[in-house]
Write a protein that binds this ligand. Structure first.
Ligand code: IPE
Ligand code: IPE
Ligand code: MG
Length: 253
């Protein structure tokens, strides 16, 4: 594993980052190409952002790669995306290993094509012992679906007598999410200038700081990542409380 080099952001470092990778289709259209070329180009951004996050010592990076709503897209686009996913999961293995990255997935994984699931399972197994960045791919993911799936499992445990309904709190609910080990994102980035969550991590982003990048995902590279991190470093996180004395005067109560 390569040595970790944290950039000086002039403020707190975002340990946990989540990104809504948007604008692949627009990127391709602007260049007179078909949408799928944007998805292909987006893979280079995924590789660069993952590698940079790993070398800066980010703990977890969660990438929104395919939503439950994306099943509504044309069959050819879905087929292309699934093939691209499988290729990514196979081709990136050496890079993941070199950078100490552990790969995990969240979402309705059972709904993915079998060959993509096999590649996913093998990459998860291969990288299981890696201790650096945890790269989570949100695949066939929807936050409302995640919450419904969690509540269904939780209700079964209550009716089986394994869980006392009166003791359910936020932490109990977290245990039923797709990956209970996932920390809440400190920083949520969306590319392509869109100002919405599109059903991503609704529960987990309650107190995340949001950064909107204007560029489309295939153009989101190290400089844009550093811009997002520097933006985060200027934020004062209060979690509904009041700021401490060391915060800038304008932020004090
Ligand atoms: C994001 O890019 C990738 C996925 C949703 C799979 P889009 O495909 O949404 O690109 P735009 O937003 O149409 O430009
Ligand atoms: C969100 O992007 C989903 C992913 C990035 C995988 P979309 O392009 O699907 O979202 P909307 O439709 O613009 O809200
Ligand atoms: Mg989009």
């Amino acid at each position: 594993m390569k040595p970790i080099e944290r950039p000086d952001l002039g403020g707190p470092f975002p340990e946990n980052i989540a990104i809504i990778m948007d604008g692949n289709g627009r990127w391709a259209k602007e260049r007179g190409m078909r949408r799928v070329f944007g998805h292909k180009a987006g893979i280079d951004s995924v590789r660069e952002i993952t590698t940079e996050c790993a070398s800066m010592g980010v703990k977890s990076l969660t990438l929104y790669a395919f939503s439950v709503e994306n099943w509504k897209r044309p069959r050819v686009e879905i087929r292309y995306l699934m093939r691209l996913l499988r290729r990514f999961l196979i081709d990136e293995r050496p890079t993941l290993m070199e950078n100490g990255v552990r790969l995990k997935a969240i979402g309705r994984i059972d709904s993915l094509p079998q060959d993509a699931r096999d590649a996913l399972h093998e990459t998860e197994e291969l990288t299981r012992e890696n201790t650096g960045l945890v790269l989570r791919l949100a695949l066939a993911y929807g936050a409302r679906t995640e919450l419904a799936d969690a509540v269904r499992k939780l209700a079964k445990d209550v009716s089986a007598g394994a869980l006392d309904a009166d003791l359910i709190d936020d932490e109990t609910l977290r245990q039923y999410l797709y990956d209970p080990e996932m920390s809440d994102p400190d920083l949520l980035v969306r590319t392509a200038g869109e100002l919405r969550l599109s059903n991503f991590l609704l529960w987990q982003v309650s107190y995340s700081e949001i950064h909107i990048a204007r560029c489309c995902w295939p153009d989101f590279r190290k400089p844009q990542l550093l811009d997002a991190m520097k933006d985060y470093a200027t934020r004062v996180r209060k979690y509904g409380g009041l700021v401490m004395d060391h915060a800038p005067a304008r932020e004090r109560a």
